[in-house]
Design a protein around this ligand. Sequence first.
Ligand code: ARG
Ligand code: ZN
Length: 469
Amino acid sequence: MRSRVRSGLAVAAAVALLAAGAVPAGASSRPAPGGSGAGDPYFPFAGNSGYDAVHYDLDVRYQPPAAAPAPLAGQLDAVATVTIVPTRHLTSFNLDLRGLEVDSVAVGSRPATFTREGDELIVTPRTILPRGKEVDVVVTYGGATGRPRDIEDALYGWVTTRDGAMVASEPDGSMTWYPVSDHQTDKATYDVAVTVPEGLVAVGNGDLVGSATAGGWTTWEWSSREPMASYLVTASVGNYELRQWTTPGGLLNIDAIDRDLAPAASAGLAQTAEMIAFFETRFGPYPFSSFGAIVDDDSVGYALETQTRPIYSTRANEGTVAHELSHQWFGNSVSPERWADIWLNEGWATYAEWLWSEHDGRTTAAENFADVMATPATSSFWQTIVADPGPLGLFAGAVYDRGAATLYALRERIGAEAFDALSLEWPARYKDSVATTDDFQALAEELSGQDLEAFFDAWVWTAGKPAVP
Ligand code: ARG
Ligand code: ZN
């Protein structure tokens, strides 16, 4: 396996260093600055090193645009309390923050100095932060909000809308609205309170703690007890109607449906309970304490599987609802360790759409697979390397469709029994964690007893159309 070979070499190198009396940088007991990235080659400045962020307490006041003059701009004023645990003795450390103004930073209740460099907020505390000792970092910040775009020029992050904001941050857009270690290798729990003009609703992930109105402003408090990757955090603001209901299986759902939308826009949510029950038979227990949907009448051009509460642009179609639901297992609970591994999200979610469609008596998985394989070998579709699509290829069609076809072909290769075991064991073994393509191959080999090196080589590591097994 390609990167397993690489990590094997890295381990050998580390062992050699240790034998020579050297200490790897991360384990040094000498105080040093933290790093500016989590080590993801696609987004080198996403996330940070030198600490783990374990909890975010975000207190945000947001005033949406007044009338609707272009460009849309809102006003955000916030205090973020980030609880971190240093993984080495730290003289300084970084958070990711793009735009906005930082008024002050305190570390362990003492004022700290800070500088900004690109998307990095570099914080220097008064004293060295000892390894392993949890400490709160309080950042007071704010400013005008706009309509940020990702490297592909798609809207993402805190996207200001006419009547609020749509917050959808894959892959590194959370830094557009709060100081964060913006990479999925640093999952954390969240308490998010959003204060908006009375009449508007702010919808977050997880459980609704409550809402309170005073002086023409309403504060909406949300809590996520299960660890969450930063790209899955939302706090969308709009003219929503909240609908709370419980599945026959006992799972709380909170849907936020824009009052300005016709009923047809959310008709695709009708079978949510059946979908949850069906996916639980295939993928194991639903991984979080609640679910729901945010359907906004504004658009960022796509839907996103924001944790426990996917967000939809103008319409929630049934297939998309199945797709975003399945991401709760594939992507949210088990997240890609590096962005190169995104096919483990999108391939699975597309394959899950195929399963649901077949279960619901429409197009079968075999038909969907045949449809992908009908793409001529000369098509540029086959040129994407699924397990390494590049930062501009994260959402390429092949990541979704060839990714799903890979899973279908894997089932043909290892048999239904081993594949069904894999579908249950993958979300179980890597629950609330991250994993790589090599981890997936290794588990498939473990459960099937087969050498799948050539299979994965052909399907995800090589350009060109693979042969049908
Ligand atoms: N993960 C989302 C989904 O498959 C898609 C996000 C697309 N993002 C983008 N910038 N194009 O549902
Ligand atoms: Zn998806």
